[in-house]
Design a protein around this ligand. Structure first.
Ligand code: SF4
Length: 265
């Protein structure tokens, strides 16, 4: 068995990587207060053209919390956790996975989407939310006026449960440390919890999505909006309207406007 990930060791590795980035002249936010700043500018469509990707207007002497250096800093912090997940054998799911599925997207985003566990296509490709449910999630993201690379997407469970069965409580307990660290580093302003496993893991409740949705809950001070999982919507397309209601509440919280040409998913 591989040892439980040593967070002190992970932090040490992250600091070493940040020192390497600094050697290349990249300023990186080093303090927890910097990473937990709530003053990030709004998400804008088109990552490359987004004002938050540039240091324009920032005083040169101040460490910038916007743009590439910040993103590299957070990716450096995520990297050793990704490596720990890839080697993890803390639960039986390690035996049946093709590969662990860590997470994808912009670690400086204001919006994080948390799903349940990888399915067969995710297990094959190593990326969360690919396949049919992923396509529907992409539609939802686009309807918000965003592109997939602008948000951060992760699952509660990093390895595919056999036959796509629901993850068991012990597996969730073993795996949650990784999601906790991802959230701690990304520090999103809002989390969209996709499906009951995600909402229950984040909120520590047994309530159904039907009872949890339409209002914000909290995970360590971060607003969480629970809604239905895209895979559930594929089986129950009549429920899309409810997800769109929840998504609009998230958009209002983030000050996002739906693009005129974008139909609801
Ligand atoms: S599901 Fe999580 S705890 Fe289990 S082996 Fe995969 S990474 Fe480790």
């Amino acid at each position: 068995m591989v040892e439980t990930p040593d967070l002190g060791q992970i932090a040490k590795q992250a600091r070493e990587r940040i020192e390497i980035l600094k050697l290349f002249g990249w300023g990186v936010p080093l303090s927890r207060s910097a990473l937990s700043s709530r003053s990030l500018p709004p998400i804008a469509s088109g990552a490359a053209a987004s004002p938050r990707r540039t240091s324009e207007g920032s005083p040169a002497a101040e460490p910038s919390l916007t743009g590439l250096p910040e993103r590299l800093g957070r990716e450096a912090l995520l990297s050793p956790i990704r490596e720990a997940v890839a080697a993890c054998d803390q639960c039986v799911l390690c035996r049946s996975r093709t590969q662990a599925v860590f997470g994808v997207g912009d670690p400086t985003t204001r919006l994080m989407l948390v799903g349940e566990a990888p399915g067969s296509e995710e297990d094959r490709q190593g990326e969360p939310f690919v396949g049919a449910a992923g396509q529907l999630l992409n539609d939802i993201i686009r309807a918000m006026g965003l592109q997939r690379p602008e948000v951060y997407i992760a699952n509660v469970i990093k390895c595919r449960p056999p036959m796509n069965r629901a993850p068991e409580p012990g597996e969730i307990a073993s795996c949650r440390v990784y999601l906790e660290r991802q959230i701690e580093i990304v520090r999103p302003e809002v989390i969209l919890a996709l499906g009951a496993v995600s909402a229950r893991a984040l909120l520590g409740t047994e309530e159904s999505i039907g009872r949890l949705r339409t209002r914000f809950h909290e995970y360590k001070g971060i607003p969480v909006m629970p809604t239905y999982h895209p895979a559930y919507l594929l089986r129950n397309p009549g429920e899309k309207r409810k997800v769109w209601q929840d998504v609009q509440l998230v958009m209002a919280r983030l000050g996002l406007k739906r693009p005129a040409e974008s139909p609801p998913p």
